[in-house]
Design a protein around this ligand. Structure first.
Ligand code: QUE
Length: 345
């Protein structure tokens, strides 16, 4: 019996090719994958024969559905320090990709959420396909939109990032390009051809231009005015009252979605995304590491994973159970310094 590697590395001409390889579990990101990817990227950065890195995933369904949250749930519940070590190394990897010295091309095809976003969206070249389903769904499992959400969400057009972070809304390719999350649309069946062009030494932008197609109409564009009006307030309560006041079908549904998320998560995510607008990338990651430490010792993450992934009853009982019962002090505490345990780079 052979055990398949969770992440594959291969050299093709000047391309360092990464393949996330857990297709049966939507390529969910394990600590092991993070521990393997970081040193491989470092080795390729120092290797003059490597001109660029490409990251893609095995199978057609997913690029990467997020972190291996079942394991994080079990380890976190048992009080294991592994969870915090995972987040620290994952966030350092996200930051390493953001400042990678060579082009980093992410082939975003299939489900790409949470942890998968962290190893793709910070790359220099983000390719999307017709299979892309992008989301930051963390408020639905009692977390907050991390892996650099503090940085990239406030940099989406208008209030789109706040909308994505609070609701966990799913975007297809055209919307992802509209939101600034993807740079070019290339059909999935041409991704191999794109890699071949890179391997043959074609210039990166020329190769992408040669394969790129029109992503089509972005449904999000027609919602932008409403999103900006409803998500531009000073609190989650403001957002909800704006959506309620709008009263349209989309606004009513969107308010329902936000009200079903963890109240502590949405309160924290709101402040996180507003704060991130004025922070450098590294400070965004340090902020997220503070939040992660607080959320791992709060109940909603464990309840969220139970409801969504373990029991699949989709009926989490959040604590506190309403937005009104989340105090400013509770939110404030999540953002407090970790002292000697702050994330450093
Ligand atoms: C929020 C998340 C995740 C999620 C659902 C959420 C997440 C994640 C998965 C996941 C991964 C692999 C699977 C699977 C679910 O779901 O991070 O069923 O096989 O990894 O609402 O953040």
């Amino acid at each position: 019996m052979s055990v398949e590697a969770e992440i594959l590395f291969e050299k093709r001409g000047g391309v360092g090719l990464v393949t996330l390889n857990r297709p049966k579990v939507l390529n969910a990101l394990t600590y092991n994958m993070v521990k393997l990817l970081q040193p491989q990227l470092e080795a390729w950065a120092a290797d003059d024969t490597i001109k660029l890195v490409v990251i893609r995933a095995a199978g057609e369904k997913a690029f990467c559905a997020g972190g291996d949250i079942r394991v994080l749930h079990d380890q976190g519940k048992s009080g294991s320090p592994e969870v915090i070590n995972f987040y620290r190394d994952e966030y350092r990897l996200n930051r390493y990709i953001k400042q990678y010295p060579k082009p980093y091309v992410a082939l975003m095809s299939g489900i790409n959420m949470g942890g998968g976003v962290g190893v793709s969206v910070h790359g220099s070249h983000r390719i999307v396909s017709e299979r892309l389903l992008f989301a930051m769904p963390e408020t639905g499992i009692g977390l907050f939109p991390d892996v650099g959400g503090t940085y990239f969400l406030p940099r989406c057009p208008g209030e789109v990032g706040m909308y994505l972070g609070l609701t966990g809304a799913r975007l297809k390719a055209a919307d992802a390009v509209f939101a600034g999350i993807g740079d070019a649309f290339i059909p999935a069946d041409r991704h191999e051809a794109l890699i071949d062009r890179f391997a043959q030494g074609e210039a990166i932008d020329a190769a992408i231009d040669a394969e790129a197609q029109d992503a089509g109409e972005a449904p999000l564009a027609s919602r932008l005015e409403t999103i900006n009006r409803c998500f531009g307030g000073d609190s989650v309560a403001d957002v909800l009252s704006s959506l309620d006041a709008d009263g349209g079908e989309w606004a009513v549904k969107t308010a329902q979605v936000i009200r079903a998320k963890s109240p502590l998560s949405t309160r924290v995510a709101f402040r996180q995304i507003r704060t991130g607008a004025g922070l450098e990338f590294e400070d965004c990651m340090a902020l997220e590491f503070r939040l992660t430490n607080r959320f791992m010792s709060a109940p909603d993450f464990y309840e969220g994973v139970r409801a969504v992934v373990i029991d699949k009853d989709q009926a989490p009982k959040w604590e506190p159970s309403t937005l009104e019962s989340v105090t400013d002090e509770m939110v404030e505490r999540c953002f407090g310094s970790l002292g000697e345990n702050e994330l450093t780079f």
